[in-house]
Design a protein around this ligand. Sequence first.
Ligand SMILES: [Zn+2]
Length: 373
Amino acid sequence: MKKVNMKTCKICVMNESVKEFKLDSNNVCNFCLEWEKNKKIYLNFDAETEKNNLNKIKNKILKLKKNKYDCVVGLSGGVDSSYVVYLLWKMNLNPIIIHMDNGWNSKTSNSNISKILEKTKFDFKTLILNWNEFKDLQKSFLKANVPDIELTTDHAIFAYIINYALKNKIKYIISGVNFATEHSVIPSWGWRKDDFNHINAIHKTYGTVKLKSYPKMNPFKKIFYEKIIKRIQIINLLDFVNYKTSEAKNILKREFDWENYGSKHHESFFTKFFQGYILPKKFNIDKRILHLSCLIRNNEISREKALDELKMPNLDTQKINEYKNYFKKKLSLSDKEFEDMMSSQPKNHSDYSLDLFNNFIFKNISFILKKIL
Ligand SMILES: [Zn+2]
């Protein structure tokens, strides 16, 4: 249940509903302190530095080119990935764009994607997830009572892009992940995106359909190709420019007639309903406090404005029933199944599998190295 008068950071809007939240004696939270430590590395490039950064990246990419495409990039139609594609276009690079359809895309995101592709004339591939498999996977995550169901979408596109790059000998993968607006990671809210073993552990318990075509990746494979034999390299392009979402949105609107879709990641109906209804009601997780806090630290919104926004309902209250019905119908969930899911006790991802890479291999490698050195 939501507590009234929760302790809140005096700089951002993070509060004690987050398990990892801590306040120091000045009432500043651990996420703000972490940001202060790291921001010098990533932020406030002047225009000249920004230009140099992008030039260096371009030269690096072109130097090792083996395919007609310079790099691979995923495009969701949201602001971060759209802005990455805009930058690549401005840099005169020739990426192959991967777009995924998981069955839930909104009209706005699809139209944003079409407008961007039409103007840039970049080649693209659409990965259409097998709906029967993906529906079964999403339902199994709902039944498992874990908070990071988006993992099923994130993993698919991530795995597909890496596998595509490897198969086509394209070394560079350009990502929209960025420090400026996504710098806080809250471990209790999610799980690493490259771990199919975890997805499989949950699906084996609750799923009914075999995952034949769903893209798969595991941390060992990714680390092997990325760090050991260096066949692929992931570049978080937005970390090399002075990234502000508000400015990026204006540029995208001007260049592509790109449309805003409301809150962060609301480019899909699933995300909108999951983050706006299921997460706050069942898990007491309000992702807006994380997104708004990042924007406050990045000087894009004032704390007062963020607090005002948090007073607003997560979803349009008039439409909740309509949304709920659509969600149940699309996932073929009966009223009882939906209500049972909503009232079941939340679980942690770690209840289903160990993070083998972090918990076992990493510790053992460190242990062995300590013995040798
Ligand atoms: Zn804070």
